[in-house]
Design a protein around this ligand. Structure first.
Ligand SMILES: CC(C)(COP(=O)(O)OP(=O)(O)OC[C@H]1O[C@@H](n2cnc3c(N)ncnc32)[C@H](O)[C@@H]1OP(=O)(O)O)[C@@H](O)C(=O)NCCC(=O)NCCS
Length: 384
């Protein structure tokens, strides 16, 4: 029989099921449905622009018309890239992963526009301003780096688009985006905006709890988001879907992968057991966008075939990342930019958690169960 400590160690593997603190920002899989600050995600995704949701997360209330307009003006002003940051983006390699570009850009901005704060008085007068700066500038970072390294062109950040969704699409494609695409992007950004104590948010809170600055929290969160078990799953899901030419091939291909015990990216969730509520919304958008561009490669039916075989064989359901992949693809977005889009959105959630952590801070420092050797006799250098 396993010793009691071993049993506990297995149970807390990956901190599954452990409550690691209190938060008033989001519920997820806890019997309340998925909501942000008490508002149902389905209402927000149906009726809001992303900026309204970002405001809700940062300022703890939905904005009225005037507040939204002024918030959007601040976000538009925050799009511009400092010349030093442009130089850094030009120097970074063309074949770097865009998530590494985003992480480096965030850290660089932290050197250029430092956060002034007083740790001992717990006073952070610039945190809202820096939050807006980061939300505004991230799409510019990605599209500036993209265009410079693909065509040598230094794009400017001027645009008539008044939303992050519209601005990103216009800046990437260098032409006015379709209204349908802008709407889909708003919905996608809303769905990705916040999700309680996920790995990247928890990372941001751990960093913040040491009384570090906002940039450090967000830079660390980007690092955590990059991996395929978290945000990187949307890119990995696209690579998977594109392996197959027909739904039949996809069904057989997934059966083969499951037989080899491969992980199928875009499926399963640490908290949700039966379904990811966000999938309902993004799946509809993927279908609509596929119809709009005529989906010649049949990516939507292939995705549905993968969904069916995963449920039949493993009772595993698609998470938000799975249909986000085809939705983004249908809007002409290159696969390596899928996870950076997640940053554009989740920055709002990360900021909300950074502010909340600062509001009632306590160093986050759990302990571990030691499993190493004891009482080893020290061996001097000449005897090793
Ligand atoms: C999200 C995820 C990391 C949650 O992991 P977790 O709670 O630690 O669960 P585990 O990885 O331990 O999985 C439990 C079981 O389900 C299986 N499983 C979970 N997700 C799976 C997947 N996507 N494909 C195949 N099998 C999966 C595991 O192999 C394991 O089976 P076993 O008990 O027979 O070994 C996991 O489902 C996963 O890796 N999914 C793919 C990546 C992804 O889409 N991430 C985005 C999450 S929003």
């Amino acid at each position: 029989m396993a010793a009691p400590t071993e049993k506990v160690a297995k149970k807390v593997g990956g901190l599954a099921g452990i409550s690691a603190g209190e938060s008033a920002i989001c519920t997820c899989g806890t019997g309340h449905g998925l909501n942000y600050r008490g508002y149902d995600i389905y209402d927000l995704a149906e009726h809001c622009e992303f900026e309204e949701v970002a405001y809700l997360l940062l300022k703890e209330k939905l904005p009225n018309k005037a507040e939204l307009e002024s918030f959007k003006k601040e976000l538009i002003a925050a799009r511009s890239l400092p010349k030093e940051l442009k130089e850094v983006l030009k120097l970074l390699p063309k074949d770097a992963h865009p998530m590494d570009i985003m992480r480096t850009a965030c850290s660089t901005l932290g050197c250029l526009e430092r956060e002034e704060y007083d740790v001992f008085k717990a006073s952070f007068p610039n945190q809202q301003k820096i939050g807006i700066r980061l939300l505004g500038i991230f799409p510019s970072v990605l599209t500036f780096w993209h265009h410079y390294h693909t065509s040598g062109k230094e794009i400017n950040t001027e645009s008539k688009q008044d939303s992050i969704a519209g601005y990103f699409l216009e800046s990437l494609h260098q032409k006015e985006p379709k209204e349908l695409w802008v709407k889909a992007m708003h919905a996608s950004l809303i769905l990705y905006a916040e999700h309680e104590f996920n790995a990247s948010t928890f990372t941001a809170r751990v960093i913040t709890a040491t009384m570090s600055d906002v940039y450090a929290g967000i830079t660390g969160a980007i690092g955590a988001l990059r991996g395929p078990l978290h945000g990187g799953a949307n890119e990995a899901a696209m690579d998977l879907i594109e392996e197959f030419k027909t739904p039949e091939q996809a069904t057989q291909g997934i059966l083969d992968k499951l037989a080899r015990k491969d992980k199928i990216m875009g499926f399963g969730h640490r908290v949700y057991v039966e379904k990811d509520p966000r999938n309902v919304v993004i799946k509809k958008w993927s279908k609509r966008l596929g119809e709009d561009v005529k989906d010649t490669k049949g990516l939507y039916p292939i995705s549905e075939a993968i969904e069916k075989v995963m449920w039949d064989q493993k009772k595993l359901f698609p998470n938000l990342d799975f249909y986000s992949a085809s939705a983004y693809h249908f809007m002409g977005i290159p696969t390596p930019y899928f996870t950076p889009i997640f940053i554009f959105s989740r920055t709002a959630g990360w900021l909300a958690h950074i502010f909340e952590q600062r509001g009632n801070n306590k160093l986050i420092r759990p302990s571990s169960q030691y499993t190493g050797p004891d009482n080893k006799a020290f061996v001097p250098m000449d005897k090793r």
